[in-house]
Design a protein around this ligand. Structure first.
Ligand SMILES: NC(=O)c1ccc[n+]([C@@H]2O[C@H](COP(=O)([O-])OP(=O)(O)OC[C@H]3O[C@@H](n4cnc5c(N)ncnc54)[C@H](O)[C@@H]3O)[C@@H](O)[C@H]2O)c1
Ligand SMILES: N[C@@H](CCC=O)C(=O)O
Length: 555
């Protein structure tokens, strides 16, 4: 047991490497990509520190080259989920009692490992498995995850420092206990950092975890698991299973010790999970913590005073980086009539210059979308737009899945501000724009606020401060991350805590103290040093300890 109140290293955001031609990081990443492509990995589940193989193999291939095999993962079933719960609960006593500074040290070590020896490997795995270019992989699987580890350690310390006052004669303390049971981390395909953060943030607070990633992220998930092991996360604290979602749910949401879910993914899945938990509420020992960050229909709104080139650049990057597969990606844009032609000109020029293809060619700005289902869905919306005389496609509109799932960045212009692609989350490189009368900025604010059920990210561009002030107030509930003269993507841990409300989630802000507070259950402890020995009123003339009790309001 430690005798000291420890400070932790002051977190700073991990510097983003540039991968310039001839840079050492670029050469290392190329070597790692080549090495991984030559292997065919056999990827087991990890339960209680054991590698678990079922022989039911599922092929993993790069979305940009679906005939290539990167490896196979072993598909599990309900019994493996049950084993993972048992392993987690067996690990809980020792882990939950481990002094916090040791838990902190494990994740600080994970940050250093990822900043150094694991960096190229995790970036390369993300690039190949999730079709992410080097620059997008670097900000995700390297920098953002390193930041999550470092900042969460600082937030953990701040939580433990949250202590009540004590009146004379007593000592009040707050103990921030781990939750009583296990937590389910259910993670999406699109950010390796989110897949790493959802189980590790929960574990850092002394909890044990069953983690199920998206099948399309398993290739980088197995590197994360190795990173956790190397950093010293004990066996059974984080258990990684590969099963389909409903199978995981059928075991976990029926278990008495289910203590919470840390979810990121689509809104529909989260709403079903919430319903199931509600139906099963009588089965649990405690009310489970439900934390979910979900879908978005993120907007960019330009005021007539906006800088046209800045608006166009924010659209090019905010809508199309990582093929629009960021929950934060701009997917509906409102342009004033006075700026439309100029912004359109810049955009069409930008999109013409985008190169699309494999992740190994670092000049490709665009790679493939995640899988065939996503490709088909996007193609359907594009075909719908092509067939609809009420809308116009001003850029892109082609797609091809012969080698990889390539969808050309596409811009639809819709007269109807409620056209289907202005409202629904498509999660791909398809953007819809609506041109409004430049005299109707205020009316357009109402349109932006009411068009979609989501409220994740949004951006306003204006050179007019009154317009910025008005938009900030009128769109107060339209986005959990609101940007002024900036694109709506690229939140940085410690700087822009991330998450949205309405249909976009519980807004528990990943990468902030608010999120970590959900993974502890405080116990208030009052210790009275000299307890009263007589129950009678009034207190005059009675022993000093009763007087103290009254002074403290301790009736
Ligand atoms: N708000 C945020 O911070 C944020 C961040 C990233 C992604 N997202 C959202 O995630 C979505 C894209 O990710 P995705 O396609 O991986 O999401 P998804 O909802 O399809 O999958 C998320 C996870 O849930 C699992 N799952 C799917 N169906 C399930 C079911 N019926 N029962 C239990 N589990 C189930 C998946 O296997 C995966 O592990 C988008 O909607 C995007 O907006 C949100
Ligand atoms: N935090 C990321 C989005 C994560 C969702 O996919 C961003 O701000 O762009």
């Amino acid at each position: 047991m430690a005798n000291g109140f420890f400070n932790v290293p002051t977190p700073i955001n991990e510097p983003v490497k540039g991968y310039a031609p001839d840079s050492p990081e670029r050469a290392e990443l190329h070597r790692e990509l080549k090495r991984l492509k030559q292997l065919e990995l056999d990827i087991p589940m990890h339960i209680g520190g054991q590698e678990v193989r079922t022989g039911k193999l599922q092929r993993i291939s790069p979305p940009h080259d679906h005939q290539h095999t990167l490896g196979h993962f072993h598909l599990g079933e309900a019994s493996h989920v049950q084993q993972a719960v048992d392993a987690a609960l067996a690990a809980r006593p020792a882990w939950s009692e481990m002094p916090w500074e040791h838990r902190a040290a494990i994740f600080l070590k994970a940050a250093e490992l990822l900043a150094g020896p694991f960096r190229a490997r995790l970036n390369a795995a993300t690039m190949l498995g999730q079709s992410k270019n080097a620059f997008q992989a670097e900000i995700d699987s390297a920098c953002e995850l390193i930041d999550f580890f470092r900042y969460n350690v600082q937030f953990m310390r701040e939580i433990y420092e949250l202590q009540p006052q004590s009146s004379p004669g007593m000592w009040n303390r707050l103990e921030h206990r781990p939750l009583e049971g296990f937590v389910f981390a259910l993670t999406p395909f699109n950010f390796t950092s989110i897949a790493g953060n959802l189980p590790s943030s929960v574990a850092m607070m002394g909890n044990v975890v069953v983690w199920k990633p998206a099948n399309t992220q398993i290739y980088s998930a197995q590197v994360l698991m190795e990173l956790f092991k190397e950093a010293g996360v004990p066996d059974g604290v984080i258990n990684l299973v590969y099963v389909d979602g409903p199978t995981a749910g059928s075991v976990l949401f029926n278990h008495r010790d289910f203590a919470g879910i840390h979810f990121t993914g689509s809104t529909g899945v989260f709403q079903n999970i919430w319903k199931t938990i509600g139906q099963n509420i009588h089965k649990y020992k405690s009310y489970p913590r439900i934390v979910g960050e979900t879908g978005g229909k993120d907007f960019i709104l330009a005021h007539p005073s906006a800088h046209a080139k800045a608006v166009a650049t924010a659209i090019s990057r905010g809508a199309f980086e990582y093929q629009g597969q960021k929950c934060s990606a701009a997917s509906r844009v409102y342009l004033p009539s006075n700026l439309y032609e100029e912004v359109k000109g810049y955009l069409v020029e930008d999109l013409k210059s985008f190169k699309m293809g494999d992740v190994e060619d670092f000049s490709n700005f665009i790679n493939a979308v995640i899988n065939e289902a996503s490709f088909d869905k996007l193609a359907k919306y594009i075909d719908g737009a092509k067939a609809d005389p009420a809308v116009e496609i001003i850029a892109g509109g082609n797609y091809d899945k012969s080698k990889g799932y390539f969808v050309e960045p596409t811009i639809i212009v819709a007269k109807d501000p409620k056209y289907v692609t202005m409202c629904e989350e498509l999660f791909g490189p398809v953007l819809t724009m609506h041109v409004y009368d430049a005299n109707q900025f205020e009316e357009t604010l109402d349109l932006v606020d009411s068009t979609s059920p989501y409220a994740l990210t949004g951006a306003v561009f204006s050179q007019d401060r009154y317009a910025i002030d008005l938009a900030s107030r009128r769109l107060q509930n339209a986005a959990g991350n609101f940007y002024i003269n900036d694109k709506p993507t690229g939140a940085v841990v410690g700087q822009q805590p991330f998450g949205g409300a309405r249909a976009s989630g519980t807004n528990d802000k990943a990468g902030s103290i608010l999120n970590l507070l959900r993974w502890v259950s405080p116990r208030a402890i009052k210790e009275t040093f000299v307890p009263p020995v007589d129950y009678r009123y009034p207190f005059l003339g009675v022993a000093t300890n009763e007087t103290l009790d009254v002074a403290a309001g301790g009736f």
